[in-house]
Design a protein around this ligand. Structure first.
Ligand code: AP5
Ligand code: MG
Length: 245
């Protein structure tokens, strides 16, 4: 943003942003993992957490979809696997993760969303953090029943560029079919079709769930009831991170 563009920003917006960042200073930078099956609410809670902590939100799914939109080699390699509901190779995922992790916005903490998804990824994440004198502070496991997440994915609408998600029943945008922040149209994700959802779910149970064992013994894991409404899930996370309800 150049100085002319900064002058054009309304005062109220600058004050709000100033107070948001000032409030964040009371919290030390944290590394938080949001873990759970498709549709369990990782992205929804991750956006709010990122906003309240002024950290960065690393959703490997959003990063991969960006690569696909931009038509990069990496995106082209990931596209078919994602549409079918499989897992993209650890090698490709680690490349995009590392690139994002090194950006300045990630210096004030990171919310990892949908990563790690294999034990290999969990080990690599520990290595990456150890090399930066850091470690995982919290892993939130979003426990949810399969019927509930089917209903959530079927009604989900997303803002493609930011990954912000809404729901036709549970999380309505201010204007139907439009993103609250940009006013741009909302779309349905390619992998929110019934066959892909079934594959994503079985991939989660077979390959991703075992990662929980990796975190079980080091005292960072909290399992939450993600079947509850958005605000209740948020209160559970907030009580752990900010000691408040
Ligand atoms: P990714 O984008 O990570 O998808 P996912 O894990 O399948 O999870 P979703 O984004 O579908 O769900 P969410 O938990 O974020 O739920 P949301 O908050 O949107 O990954 C996509 C693909 O990329 C993977 O299948 C894989 O191919 C590849 N990939 C990504 N990371 C990878 C990795 N590390 N390794 C290998 N491959 C990788 O909520 C869902 C809906 O419910 C929304 O409509 C929302 O408004 C609503 N909602 C949320 N919470 C509630 C609530 N409490 N009550 C009612 N409604 C709610
Ligand atoms: Mg998501």
């Amino acid at each position: 943003m150049n100085s002319e563009e900064i002058k054009a920003v309304p005062d109220q917006m600058i004050f709000d942003e100033f107070f948001r960042r000032a409030k964040c200073l009371q919290y030390p930078p944290r590394k938080i993992v949001l873990f759970g099956p498709p549709g369990s609410g990782k992205g929804t809670q991750g956006s709010r957490l990122t906003n309240e902590l002024c950290s960065c939100h690393i959703s490997t799914g959003d990063l991969l979809r960006k690569e696909i939109r931009e038509g990069t080699d990496l995106g082209m390699k990931a596209k078919e696997v994602m549409n079918a509901g499989g897992l993209v190779s650890d090698d490709l995922v680690l490349q995009i993760l590392q690139r994002k992790f090194e950006t300045p916005e990630c210096k004030r903490g990171v919310v990892f969303d949908g990563f790690p998804r294999t034990v290999e990824q969990a080990k690599k994440l520990d290595e990456l953090l150890a090399n930066n004198n850091s470690k995982i502070d919290n892993v939130f496991n979003f426990h949810i029943d399969d019927e509930v997440l089917m209903d959530r994915l079927a009604g989900r609408r997303v803002h493609e560029a930011s990954g912000r998600s809404y729901h036709v029943k549970y999380n309505l945008p201010k204007v139907e079919g439009k993103d609250d922040v940009t006013g741009e149209p909302l779309i349905q994700r390619n992998d929110d079709k019934p066959e892909a959802i079934a594959n994503r779910l079985s991939t989660y149970h077979d390959k991703t769930k075992p990662v929980l064992d990796y975190y079980k013994d080091n005292g960072v894991l909290t399992t939450m009831d993600a079947n509850q409404p958005i605000q209740t899930v948020w209160s559970d996370i907030a009580s752990k991170i900010f000691n408040r309800k």
